[in-house]
Design a binder for this molecule. Structure first.
Ligand SMILES: [Zn+2]
Length: 220
């Protein structure tokens, strides 16, 4: 991390500044000191409870790192997806299907607090308004960076776009691998869970099939 104009910017963003590309979603790493401190103490207890020595050199800073990682991965609770979409809605007559596919997705399952990760494919058919394309992956992040189940994550994204942008239709497909299945329990290492949701014109079989065909080479 580098400090630049009192805003914390990740190295990848610096590269973008130098190449004068438009700044994408800027990665802030700011932590509420009180919450971080409490989470740190809790992680310290967990590490001690599993029989480890938190005074061991390699583990000395682990409770703090784990606390910050957890807060980073759940920062979606402090972000408003509706505001993000509204900040970049533009009047536009275009009314063909808009697809953003292969959106990388990292979330935490709410049952085990273990990661699940994969890709989201999202489409909408505008009805007078379009949204800046970078906002679609951003709202995926906002909902993914909470404790989730894949089904609700799919539904949250779908409803947020549907209720805010009010398009003629929205489609969301998520395919993800769950560490809680892969590392423990049934240990199905290669299984991928696919969830989907459709609203408006995508409830019509032809429109839905067109969308699925357009993303199908990406589906497992
Ligand atoms: Zn789980």
């Amino acid at each position: 991390m580098y400090k630049l104009d009192s805003v914390f910017i990740s190295p990848s963003d610096i590269l973008l500044i130098f190449t004068k590309k438009k700044m994408p979603y800027r990665k802030y790493e700011e932590y509420n000191i009180k919450v971080t401190e409490e989470a740190k103490e809790n992680f310290k207890s967990i590490i001690e409870n599993i029989g480890e020595d938190t005074a061991r050199e390699g583990l000395m800073k682990t409770p703090e790192r784990a606390a910050k990682a957890m807060l980073y991965l759940t920062q979606g609770y402090n972000q408003d997806p509706v505001e993000i979409l509204k900040s970049a809605m533009f009047k536009e007559g275009y009314d063909e299907m808009v697809i953003v596919k292969d959106i990388e997705l990292y979330s935490l399952c709410e049952h085990h607090i273990l990661p699940f990760f994969g890709k989201a494919h999202i489409a909408y058919i505008p009805d007078g308004y379009i949204v800046g394309l970078s906002k679609i992956p951003r709202i995926v992040d906002v909902f993914a960076r909470r404790l989730q189940v894949q089904e609700r994550l799919t539904h949250d994204i779908l409803e947020c776009i549907n209720n805010t942008l009010k398009p003629k239709g929205v489609a969301v497909v998520i395919e993800a691998a769950h560490m809680c299945m892969m590392m423990r329990g049934v240990q199905k290492q290669s299984s991928v869970t696919t969830t989907s949701g459709f609203r408006g014109q995508f409830e019509k079989i032809e429109t839905r099939n067109e969308f699925l065909k357009l993303i199908s080479d990406k589906l497992s």
